[in-house]
Design a protein around this ligand. Structure first.
Ligand code: ZN
Length: 90
């Protein structure tokens, strides 16, 4: 499925749930002025979810990380790196 990015500038591709193939729900928590920002991606059917949090980076960056991690999980079903490590690497 595709959804509009938080600032409406682009479309982001999100894979279906790796377990039941449902369309996931994405939720933005906080904004650029709160201490941290989080993106929650979850499956409405089997209720699995992952949350990625950014301390310094904004939602644009976080959306890319969160969707990439979710899509990787769908395809390869492997353990994910913690977000903060990804933040340091960028
Ligand atoms: Zn599911």
């Amino acid at each position: 499925m595709k959804f509009k990015s938080w600032d409406n500038t682009k479309e982001i591709e999100l894979s279906n749930c790796p377990f039941c193939d449902s369309e996931p729900i994405i939720k933005h928590i906080g904004n650029d002025y709160t201490k941290t920002r989080s993106i929650e991606i979850k499956c409405p059917k089997c209720r699995i979810k992952r949350i990625d949090t950014a301390l310094r980076q904004g939602f644009s960056w976080l959306e890319e990380v969160a969707t990439k991690n979710w899509n990787q999980r769908s395809m390869h079903n492997k353990p994910l790196e913690p977000t903060r490590k990804a933040e340091r690497l960028s």
